[in-house]
Design a protein. Structure first.
Length: 229
């Protein structure tokens, strides 16, 4: 078990060095006000006038200017080359949930590595915010308050079976696998979607307009001010 470098009673915004807008950063910090950077994500935070509580990574892309401006106590270099900076950071954050941005859209391999880390660290609730979607690893049971007609996708990164209520195409009896049946482009048919999974390894992908619903489902005990209302 890796000891946390960041412990917070509020949600944590984890910022990477990939594409992310100032609007996305404001949206994330309104829900998860503790700012942490993965390597060069610190440059984005500093440019926005935000001092990261911690910077975690191998520091191969952190600028010299940011490194000099951030107190040494906030810098946590981890030279391990077997894991990504996202993995290094997520595995060392203990919080009700993590809202990650700046990790999708730059390179396909980096994006896949992030999704891999979500599943491997499913005990640390994390939502990855993309340009149009939000993705997270499903817990064993999940209830989401959504709107009928919302798109709803699942993508397995392991062999998983599931049951569902509230989806146009039920999941019951389907053997999902990354090289077999997947669950993209389903649709919500009821206000509450109930899901259960027999094993870890399933990703849930929702429209980013349902970010708050996803946070409430993953972190029901988080302080209201950290859940975006």
């Amino acid at each position: 078990m890796i000891s946390p470098l960041v412990e917070s009673a509020l949600g944590v915004t984890l910022v990477g060095g990939g594409p992310a807008t100032a609007r996305d950063l404001r949206l994330a910090l309104a829900r998860a006000p503790v700012a942490v950077a993965a390597d060069s994500g610190a440059d984005r935070l500093m440019a926005a006038g935000i001092l990261p509580k911690a910077v975690i990574g191998d520091f191969d892309s952190l600028s010299a200017a940011a490194r000099a401006a951030i107190p040494a106590a906030n810098l946590h270099p981890i030279p391990d080359q077997d894991t990504t900076d996202f993995d290094k950071a997520l595995s060392r954050i203990a919080a009700p949930f993590v809202l990650a941005l700046g990790f999708q859209g730059a390179q396909i391999d980096h994006g896949l590595a992030v999704l891999n880390a979500l599943v491997r660290h499913a005990d640390r609730p994390c939502l990855v915010l993309g340009p149009r979607d939000v993705a997270f690893a499903a817990p064993p049971r999940l209830t989401l308050r959504l709107r009928p007609g919302d798109p709803f996708s699942l993508f397995p990164l392991a062999a998983v079976r599931a049951t569902s209520r509230g989806l146009h195409w039920p999941l019951d009896g389907i053997a999902f696998a990354p090289d077999g049946m997947i669950g993209t482009s389903n649709r919500v048919t009821a206000p509450d979607v109930h899901l259960a999974f027999d094993a870890p390894g399933m990703l849930v992908i929702l429209p980013r307009t349902r970010l708050d619903a996803a946070i409430r489902a993953l972190a029901p005990a988080a302080p209201r001010s950290a859940r975006g209302g």
